[in-house]
Design a protein around this ligand. Structure first.
Ligand code: SF4
Ligand code: FES
Length: 362
C-alpha cells in the first residue's frame, strides 16, 4: 500500500546563522553557502511538494532570513496553496524583511528566544544585542497582524526562568509559546553534560508550565517538550520515521529527520536528481524504518509500537552505536541505564559554541 503523503516539508535553506547556540540541532559538519540549493531548485521542490499532497512548508535553517530569496520562496509556496511557516532567530527581521515577507503571504512566524533574561539570551547565542532585536522582531510580527509563536529552548542554566519566559510571551501577545528542553543531537549532544537539567529542575519547570496553562487557558497555548533523559518512554521522533515529514538539507539531501546524516549505511537522495515522490515512496532511506517491520524486541511485541514507533533512530545510534535498537529513552530498553548515567555525569561546565570552523568537534 502507498504511504500517505507527508504532512510537512522542512526546508533547511541554509546552515548560516548569526547565532552560535551550543545546542543547535544542525549537524557538526555544517554545510557552506556555496553548496546551498539555488532559488530555481527550491521552487521546483515546492512544486513537487504541492503535487504530492504536502500541506505545510517550514522554512528553517540555520537562519532562513539570511537567504535573500526567502520572500520569493514564500510567495511561490503561497501561490501553490501551501501553508508557510518561518522559524527564525529574529535578529535580522527588520522592517524591510518583515514587509517583504508579509507581502509574500507568509502565514506564520515562529520566533526563538534563548532566555527571558537579556544577558542570558545574548550569552547563549553568543551574540550581543540579540535580545533587543528579537523583542523588536516580535513587535513587528504582531504589527503585521501575523500569529506569533515564541519559542524558548531551556536547559540547566535557564530552566529556573520558565515562569518569566511565559510571562514574556504573554506580554508579547504570542498566541502560542513553546518551552522546549534541549534535544540532545548535534551540538546539543556535544554539550550535553553542561546543558542537562536535574530532575528537580525538570519537575519545577513542568509544574510552572502546568500552572500557566491553567491561568492562560483560552488566551495562549503552551507547548512543552521534555528531555528524553528523565523520561520513561521515548517520543515518537518526527511522528515516526518517514511518516509525517521530509527534511531537506541546504545542499538538497532529503532525509526523514534533521539528524539522519549521522546514521551509517544510508544514501540520502538529492532533490537535485530525484523527485519528492520517488524519495517518499521508493528511497531506501525512507522505507528502512517506516512502520514496525524493522523492530526487534522489546518494541516488536509492545503495545506502544505504533504510538512512539520505537523512539528515535538517531538517538539509538548516537548512544548505543546500534540504529535498530530500542531508543534507550525507553525504560523497557536493556540500555536505559545510559540515560541515567548521563544525568549523573552532568553538571555546570563550559560550552562548545556552534561554529563552522569548529565543525569537527569529536
Ligand atoms: Fe516504545 Fe519500543 Fe519502548 Fe514499546 S519498547 S514503549 S515501542 S520504545
Ligand atoms: Fe533522527 Fe530522531 S532525530 S530519528
Amino acid at each position: 500500500m502507498m504511504a500517505p503523503p507527508p504532512l510537512g516539508l522542512i526546508a533547511e535553506l541554509t546552515h548560516r546563522c548569526p547565532l552560535s547556540c551550543p545546542y543547535c540541532s544542525n549537524p557538526l559538519e555544517l554545510e557552506r553557502a556555496s553548496t546551498e540549493l539555488d532559488t530555481e531548485t527550491w521552487r521546483r521542490v515546492l512544486d513537487q511538494a504541492s503535487a504530492i499532497g504536502i500541506l505545510q512548508i517550514h522554512f528553517t535553517g540555520g537562519e532562513p532570513l539570511v537567504r535573500r530569496d526567502l520572500p520569493e520562496l514564500v510567495r511561490h509556496a503561497s501561490a501553490l496553496g501551501l501553508y508557510t511557516n518561518i522559524i527564525t532567530s529574529g535578529v535580522t527581521l527588520d522592517d524591510r524583511a518583515m514587509a517583504a515577507l508579509t507581502s509574500a503571504g507568509v502565514d506564520h512566524i515562529q520566533l526563538s528566544f534563548q532566555d527571558s533574561d537579556a544577558a542570558g539570551n545574548d550569552m547563549i547565542g553568543d551574540s550581543r544585542g540579540a535580545f533587543a532585536k528579537k523583542q523588536a522582531a516580535a513587535a513587528r510580527i504582531r504589527q503585521a497582524g501575523l500569529p506569533l509563536t515564541v519559542n524558548f529552548v531551556v536547559h540547566r542554566e535557564n530552566v529556573a526562568r520558565v515562569p518569566q519566559m511565559i510571562d514574556m510571551a504573554e506580554a508579547l501577545h504570542a498566541e502560542r509559546t513553546e518551552i522546549a528542553h534541549v534535544q540532545y543531537y548535534g551540538w546539543g549532544l556535544v554539550n550535553r553534560a553542561a546543558l542537562l537539567p536535574t530532575r528537580a529542575q525538570l519537575e519545577a519547570a513542568t509544574e510552572a508550565v502546568e500552572a500557566a496553562r491553567l491561568r492562560l487557558a483560552g488566551r495562549m497555548v503552551i507547548d512543552y517538550v521534555v528531555p528524553d533523559y528523565h523520561a520513561a518512554r521515548p517520543k515518537a521522533c518526527m511522528g515516526g520515521w518517514a511518516q509525517r515529514f521530509i527534511n531537506i538539507s541546504p545542499s538538497g539531501r532529503a532525509m526523514p529527520c534533521h539528524a539522519a546524516e549521522t546514521l551509517p549505511g544510508f544514501v540520502f537522495p538529492s532533490v537535485r536528481e530525484t523527485t519528492l515522490s520517488d524519495i517518499w515512496h521508493k528511497a531506501d532511506a525512507f522505507l528502512r524504518f517506516r512502520g514496525t517491520a524493522w523492530m526487534r524486541e522489546p518494541c516488536r511485541s509492545c503495545d506502544r509500537r505504533e504510538i512512539d514507533w520505537g523512539g528515535c533512530r538517531c538517538q539509538a545510534f548516537a548512544l548505543l552505536g546500534d540504529l535498530t535498537a530500542t531508543d534507550p529513552a525507553c525504560e523497557l530498553s536493556p540500555d536505559h541505564g545510559v540515560m541515567q548515567a548521563a544525568v549523573r555525569e552532568s553538571g555546570p561546565g563550559a560550552y562548545v559554541f556552534r561554529r563552522i570552523e569548529k565543525a569537527r568537534v569529536t
